[in-house]
Design a protein around this ligand. Structure first.
Ligand code: F6R
Length: 607
């Protein structure tokens, strides 16, 4: 994954590079580093750990130089230690790399056999060593050596390089990982995304797959995968340079959970006309009447949003949905229908598996819709139809507000499909849109249980294992609740369809295993409550999340969290909140790093 930055500046660049890296920490935070060209030579500072460690190092040991690179790492090959931190360097070149070089072992063995001395356990260092070999052994120029290096490596990458003796040159390449070039006034910038470049410029050009670029302070030239000069459009990026702050909350995650009434409202406004209580004409290019199924795919939390949408498309539009996790879908030999449709869901729009699954579906002639938060992302750029959500920057690694906003977009799309397929009458549509329009208020109501949830979560945080169960649209909420809890509190948690418990997982139940039961008063309520009583009969500790009526009818439980009554199929938009808060407060009770949990990164751009 990792974030990369490069600056050809007018003054010393170490400080602005660190500022840009701060905006890229969502891509990984195992280590960080900066390299510059100082008096013609390569100089570096690197540090394992979060960016602050590097910042402190730079304060003790400042780095001069007007040309430089920066990197924030999510470790793939080699432990997160100083030696493996980027930028990697020889006396000729320094490089930063995002992605994976698949054939690095073979290349490293050959280079090592010729006497090249590797300093790290990473796949990335082979890039610097290959370039150096071409320069030292064959007298290649930096550009020639860089191009020859590109022709030797296989995999997914974004790479940038600076060279000893070259104070006005950055070479950059993109193959599978995003890379943007920002134009300043006599200065040039490169970065993994427009957000990193935003403090410096909004004039941004994205490289296409297979492109490489020669960047100097005066401008840049792009070459396509065949080496021919190529024109790439410069856009005026809408990404704000204001670094989002926590707005008085302890963590970004808390802020983002609390933002949900507002951002769900903003997203609704994109898809729904509140005055007419009708869908806007948001132009989905699918001809829903002709589709005989819809493919939906995503990863993690976004996948659970897709799973909920499956219930919606099937109920409201009688449209069968084939949903799979993107890392599986991309390698399945699917008999794609002729002129079929596929929807990919991604907050970042850069998730490698989702992007690859999208390309696979596209190559098989499917029309591609994308529910994304980041408008300028790769997934947005490669889709035929973009269903953009208005969640705003999501900084906490655990996705919260993007999830509920994705649900708004998907629900609107499912209602549209139902209307076009003649399944939903005008009245049905109006009723569903009216119910959707109530969700910001209901989410705000659900948030009012925060104090009660904090208390319960303090107890929950002592458990070693926790199960989550739900039926129908509450099943994906059980999965999402368990994912949220494990990723930020490190408590082992699993979500199950309530009806599946008796087919195995019930063996886990004893007085030490709390079970979170997601059971709004819908048509599944009684069945789920029966499953809850099976848990109680085995000494288990159920924590029921339901509405007032549901809690009253359930009888004695270990604990209960009240949620507002909702439309039966739209309950996930509201029940997402208590499971997010439970995870959040269990994590704060345990004192974990909520916004940057171990081993994770916000944007997963490797397979
Ligand atoms: C969990 C979480 C992840 C992401 C997943 C997909 O809290 O954030 O599971 O949902 O990595 O990311 P996007 O939506 O950016 O494709």
């Amino acid at each position: 994954m990792c974030g990369i930055v490069g600056i050809l500046g007018k003054d010393d660049v170490a400080a602005p590079i660190v500022e840009a890296l701060r905006r890229l920490e969502y891509r990984g935070y195992d280590s960080a580093g900066v390299a510059t060209i100082d008096k013609g030579e390569i100089a570096r500072r690197r540090a394992a750990g979060k960016l602050n460690v590097l910042r402190e190092k730079l304060a003790r040991e400042p780095l001069a130089g007007r040309a430089g690179l920066g990197h924030t790492r999510w470790a793939t090959h080699g432990a997160p230690i100083d030696e493996n931190a980027h930028p990697h360097a020889t006396d000729r070149v320094s490089i930063v790399h995002n992605g994976i070089i698949e054939n690095f072992r073979e290349l490293r063995d050959k280079l090592a056999a010729k006497g090249r001395n590797f300093q790290s356990a990473t796949d990335s260092e082979v890039i610097a060593q290959l370039i150096t070999a071409y320069i030292d052994e064959e007298g290649a120029s930096p550009i020639d050596a860089f191009r020859r290096m590109l022709s030797r490596i296989r995999g997914a990458f974004a790479i940038a390089a600076i060279f000893a003796g070259e104070d006005d040159l950055i070479l950059a390449a993109r193959q599978g990982s995003p890379l943007a070039i920002g134009r300043g006034d006599g200065e040039m910038f490169i970065g993994s995304d427009a957000f990193a470049l935003a403090p410096f410029t909004n004039r941004v050009t994205y490289l296409d797959e297979g492109d490489h670029a020669v960047v100097t302070r005066q401008g840049f030239e792009v070459f396509d995968s065949g080496g021919a000069p190529a024109q790439r459009r410069e856009i005026v990026s809408s990404v704000s340079d204001a670094m989002v702050d926590k707005d008085g909350h302890r963590h970004f995650m808390a802020k983002e959970i609390h933002e949900q009434p507002e951002v769900v409202g903003h997203t609704l406004a994109r898809f729904v006309d509140p005055t007419a209580a009708a869908l806007r004409d948001f132009g989905a290019g699918f001809d829903f009447r002709k589709l005989d199924r819809l493919i939906v795919s995503a990863c993690g939390t976004a996948y659970y949003a897709g799973l909920i949408a499956k219930y919606w498309f099937e109920t409201w539009a009688r449209l069968p949905v084939e949903i799979d996790i993107a890392s599986e879908l991309r390698y399945r030999d699917i008999p794609y229908p002729k002129k079929g449709g596929a929807v990919f869901v991604s907050q970042s729009g850069e998730t490698a598996d989702t992007l690859a699954a999208l390309r696979e579906a596209k190559a098989h002639g499917q029309r591609i819709g994308a529910v994304v938060n980041v408008a300028e992302s790769s997934i947005a750029r490669e889709a035929d139809d973009i269903f953009q959500i208005n969640a705003g920057p999501e900084i906490g690694v655990a996705s919260t507000k993007a999830f509920t906003c994705q649900l708004v977009a998907l629900a609107s799309l499912a209602i549209k499909a139902g209307a076009e397929r003649g399944v939903l009458s005008k009245d049905d549509q109006t009723a569903l849109v009216a119910a959707l329009l109530e969700t910001p208020r209901l989410i705000a109501e659900a948030l009012q249980q925060e104090k009660a949830i904090e208390k319960i979560a303090a107890d929950l945080s002592k458990a070693r294992d926790i199960l989550y169960i739900g039926r129908g649209v509450s099943f994906p909420i059980a999965l999402e609740g368990a994912l949220k809890l494990k990723e930020i509190s490190y408590i082992h948690a699993e979500g199950y369809a309530a009806g599946e418990l008796k087919h195995g997982p019930i063996a886990l139940i004893d007085e030490h295993v709390p079970v979170v039961v997601v059971a709004p008063s819908d048509r599944h309520y009684e069945k789920t409550i029966s499953n809850m009583h099976e848990i109680i009969a085995r000494g288990g500790r159920p924590l029921l999340i339901s509405d007032k009526r549901g809690i009253k009818e359930a009888g004695d439980v270990w604990a209960a969290i009240e949620a507002p009554e909702t439309h039966p199929l739209l309950s996930p938009l509201v029940y997402a909140v208590p499971v997010q808060l439970l995870a959040y407060f269990a994590a704060t009770a345990k004192g974990t790093d909520v916004d940057q949990p171990r081993n994770l990164a916000k944007s997963v751009t490797v397979e």
